[in-house]
Ligand binder design. Sequence first.
Ligand code: FCB
Length: 477
Amino acid sequence: MSNPDHPPAVGVLDQGPELIFPPGFLWGAATAAYQIEGAATEGGRTPSIWDTFSHTEGRVVAGHTGDVACDHYHRMPSDVRLMAELGLKSYRFSVSWSRVQPGGTGPANAEGLDFYRRLVDELLGHGIEPWLTLYHWDLPQPLEDAGGWPARDTAARFADYAQLVADALGDRVTYWTTLNEPWCSAFLGYGSGVHAPGRSDGADAVRAGHHLMLGHGLAVQALRASRPQAQLGITVNLYPVTPATDAPADLDAARRIDALANRFFLDPVLRGSYPADLTADLREVTDFGHVRDGDLAVISTPLDLVGINYYSRHVVAAPVEGAEPEPYWRSPSCWPGSEDIRFVTRGVPVTDMNWEIDAPGLTETLRRVHDEYTDLPLYVTENGSAFVDAVVDGQVDDADRLAYFDAHLRAAHEAISAGVPLRGYFAWSLMDNFEWAWGYTKRFGMVWIDYDSQARIPKSSARWYAEVIRRNGLAAQ
Ligand code: FCB
């Protein structure tokens, strides 16, 4: 479709008819508080589990911490101007619980809330829709000391915190997601221990997963009661799980990992029950005695939308005697009760995280959630890639990242064409930032950060994305 008002665009948009997204499609970019804000001890903020973890020797590559990060806390107005220059329709950020309710209990910290109030006002002033995530992994340390997510009380604390944020920002924020990627909080934080708080116990990971979802449900109820107009959801990270072969043992391995990675969260939140095969698989790990009557009804409190983070696919195979476990989220202790299942690498191109690039997996994931779980509007709340970038003559030409976005947006468009009510897409990430256990060694941003000078340089992918947003589409291939 050509539009005489729009001159021909640059790069991949040059040729052919366009692939147009639905009107009003919410084009955005995402970040998270601990990854960008810095100002770790300013304005009344107290430590979260990520402060403690990153300051513990050997936990984060090169001893990096989020103390300064991208200094967004001090540079917020100019960062919002940059978002406006890129034409973002929406910005997904998270609130630091330790900033707005230091210690995780008790009264609000006015100075902390004021930062987010100013952020939201800046966004609205630039016509950018704020998309607020309440919890992106940064539990206040005193709540961890009291038992963390494996303890039931943390769910109630989370609902109180949600209420406090709703009271302060509910008049100006429409889109709210409770949790970001509860799988990571539960299974990387309490199972493998590669994320904060760094504990390693399969039963604790399962309990944490349940209490995170309980906290989500309670928070949704609190938000719904005080802000009936709000659009409420959760963000889950999903993976298609594919068996390496059609052998029954590989099919069973895929079933088990799918249960732990995807259905553990999708079923309780969207169907109000745990999958029977999951609870059977976990028999040796836990008897699910932590699940009380009524919990699943709370967890499945109706939502307005579902956020999906998509990065890659898992290909798995049945155990083989003596096989070596693989690192990071493939570490066996992420998968209680299924530690012996092998994650197979296919030799396809990977990102700098070593994550296989698999754009069709995004179409598959979106279609699955729509076909098997819900008619609710879906949003890709994160999708992106780390690559090794370099500044050359003041420019960062990140062709690999641009191609990754391009391929995944085509996959998203294909899902829409197949009838999936996908209403928006958030690139991960607006800017390079603290990539958790990898510190600053992995760059996911569309905007380059010079961590010495804090200079921002929009990469080629940012300029390209701005053009995609302006056209509300891509060139057909
Ligand atoms: C997701 C996280 C996000 C970022 C990306 C790369 O799992 O939600 O904070 O680390 O991965």
